[in-house]
Ligand binder design. Sequence first.
Ligand code: CIR
Length: 257
Amino acid sequence: MSTMTVRRAIVRAIPDSFPRAVAREVPAEPIAVARARRQHAAYVEALAALGVAVEVLPPVDAFPDCCFVEDCAIVADGVALVARPGAASRRGEEETVAEALAAHVRLEFMAAPATLDGGDCLRVGRHWYVGRSERTNAAGARRVREAFEPLGFAVTEVPVGRSLHLKSVCSHLGSGWLLLAEGSIPAGAFAGMRVMPVPAHEANAANCLAVNGTVLMAAGFPATRNAIEAAGFRVRELDASEFRKADGALTCLSLLL
Ligand code: CIR
């Protein structure tokens, strides 16, 4: 259950409209676009430093959330299942992401009434855990089965309760380690995994991006950082404050191939 080598990532630059991104709560401070762009540039640089070739798509101002490319597709074994995003304001973001993916992988699609956000899909080896959320419905989860079970993947649906996405509350670090926010999803949903609890006061640290032996994590969560390092992982912190204001985190910003 170690993570695979990531050679390529697709990301999308921050649009001027980013402050109008969907958010469950109005942030105390509005999103600062210039700071978001600096944080995004640091993210791209961190991926590149880990040996990843990063393709940066141009922003699309009509889609304030368009930097969160993770939600537009899920990719494994040379196949991308292009999502139909659960938030109506985000529908259409996936089209240009699909065009970029088409250069590298075979595409599968889904149609109404299916909805799926990639943030609900956690890959652990040859297993997809698919969060059932306000964004991902039964028909969307069924498309994950139809696309990936023939390739030998197991698919397990996991109710995410009040969380935005499955990966808002958990991440696979590699070697079977699952980082999981306490009080979110019962650990029993992930049979056979080694669960590393994220304390409630650091719940925003539960979304980490494990890439080529390093765990990229949001800065400012020392208890979680210590736990990840104690399990033997190398950690690099990135400032993710502006993405958090729009309910985004580190995995949301890339599609890994
Ligand atoms: C949304 O509500 O769709 C965006 N503001 C945040 C999406 C975050 N994406 C993710 O967690 N995969």
